[in-house]
Design a protein around this ligand. Structure first.
Ligand code: PMP
Length: 429
């Protein structure tokens, strides 16, 4: 192994130092680089309490305090919903913890079969397939689908999530990146590609950091015109949009038009895991060829049972979605009334523009220290430099009073740190 390492030359010139010491210096250097750029990450150590979301205990060194979480992707609070907890408890009591194997080798349980059936029905597709996470689902499914189409070309939106980029890259297929949500550019690229080569368009519905929503019908129109397959990541939309909460495609009547849907069980569903849904043949092919599906332990029964209960609930109940949409509207309205630079979008994500990494971190620190509110700063490389922001995700469990307190805190911090306010035109929008 060492013989093939390109740093081997250094080992000789470092004289008495052993190999591991030299390696550690490389790690130190890489970490030092992040510190210098201001990109070194420190995780907030939080403990959520059942029945008390969005409040959580925040621990630092040997201190602890209660904070209010404003940046969770448990958008609807389903992670603590009684029906989800009950189903999880029952599965735990009945079947224990782990699945005990890969799906192929003793790991497929009644819970997985039921959940895949539930997911297929949710998206109006013939079949669905579970993965360890939404990330793994994207990486494994995109790379496998593209590889199974001989000589295929992938058309990928410029703002696609890292997991989709990993799938595109690992497919080793030719790729064309189209400018974010730019239909003219996508059409140019499709038109320039040979008509006889298979084409796969990969994109998201709700883009997580801006909250922009893709022109799904327009993408499907182009896919039809140029004979391309469509693969949509609805990770930030499942549970959130449409009469049964199946996502933006359901909401706008496009569920039948997209070939493959990707989703997560870890955000609005409130549990953990990922999946794809599509035609029986496509799902069977991914099941049979995707390494990231085949060679890994199946989800624990408690996870599958909890997710199934959550989805069954979200199909029937729109109360959580309606409460969430109301809180989003209230927050956006109040931010605008204080001239705070909320970035406009049609979704449930509320990004507030700061535009500077150090200021963004300072605003976040101030919120936590002075007000007990936790909003992780979103800096480069998650978003481009100069577009640093606070990304707020209010939910049904934030009260109107919580929202007013947050907006007052932000108003105060924006003044004290002298962060730019919204432009006049921005407010008028
Ligand atoms: N796609 C998008 C757009 C995401 O934002 C994320 C996670 N942040 C994922 C996929 C991965 O989902 P999971 O967290 O279930 O791995």
């Amino acid at each position: 192994l060492y013989g093939h390492h390109h740093h081997q030359g250094n080992l000789v010139t470092h004289g008495r130092k052993s190999k591991p010491q030299v390696y550690l210096e490389h790690f130190d250097g890489s970490i030092e680089k992040l510190h210098k750029e201001g990109n070194y990450r420190i995780f907030a150590n939080l403990q959520r309490h059942k029945g008390n979301f969005p409040n959580a205990t925040f621990r630092k060194a040997d201190t602890e305090r209660m904070v209010k979480i404003w940046c969770s992707n448990d958008y609807l609070g389903m992670g603590q919903h009684p029906v989800v907890l009950q189903a999880s408890h029952e599965a735990l009591e009945k079947s224990g913890t782990g699945a005990g194997g890969t799906r192929n080798i003793s790991g497929t349980m009644t819970y997985h079969v039921a959940l895949e059936k539930e997911l297929a029905d949710w998206h109006g597709k013939e079949a669905a397939l579970l993965f360890t996470s939404g990330y793994v689902a994207n990486e494994a499914a995109i790379s496998t689908i593209a590889q199974l189409l001989p000589n295929s070309i992938i058309f990928s939106d410029a703002k696609n999530h890292a997991s989709m980029i990993a799938g595109v890259r690992n497919s080793k297929c030719e790729k064309k990146i189209f400018r974010h949500n730019d239909m003219q550019h996508l059409e140019e690229l499709l038109a320039a590609a040979p008509a006889d080569r298979p084409k796969l368009i990969v994109f998201e519905s709700v883009y997580s950091m801006d909250g922009a929503i893709a022109p799904i019908h327009a993408i499907c129109d182009l896919a039809e015109k140029y004979g391309a397959m469509t693969y949509i990541d609805e990770v930030h939309a499942v549970g959130m949009y449409g009469p049964r909460g199946a996502g933006v495609c359901e909401q706008i009547g496009a569920a039948d038009r997209v070939d493959v849907v990707n989703g997560t069980l870890g955000k609005a569903v409130g549990v953990f895991g990922g999946y794809i849904a599509g035609s029986a043949k496509l799902v069977d092919a991914v099941r049979s060829y995707a390494s990231g599906f085949i060679f890994t332990t199946a989800l624990p029964p408690v996870v599958a049972a909890g997710a199934t209960a959550s989805i069954r609930h979200l199909k029937e109940s729109s109360a959580e979605r309606e409460a969430q949409h109301l809180k989003v509207a209230q927050l956006k309205h109040m931010l605008k009334s204080k001239n705070l630079p909320v970035m406009d979008n049609p979704s449930h994500i509320v990004p507030i523009h700061v535009g500077d990494a150090a200021l963004c971190k300072a605003a976040s620190d101030e919120l936590l220290n002075a007000y007990g509110m936790y909003i992780q700063p979103i800096n480069y490389p998650t978003v481009p430099k100069g577009t640093e922001r606070l990304r707020v995700t209010p939910g049904p469990l934030h009260s109107l009073n919580d929202i007013m307190t947050l907006v007052d805190a932000l108003d105060d911090i924006w003044t004290r740190l002298n962060i730019p306010r919204a432009q006049e035109e921005h407010v008028a929008e």
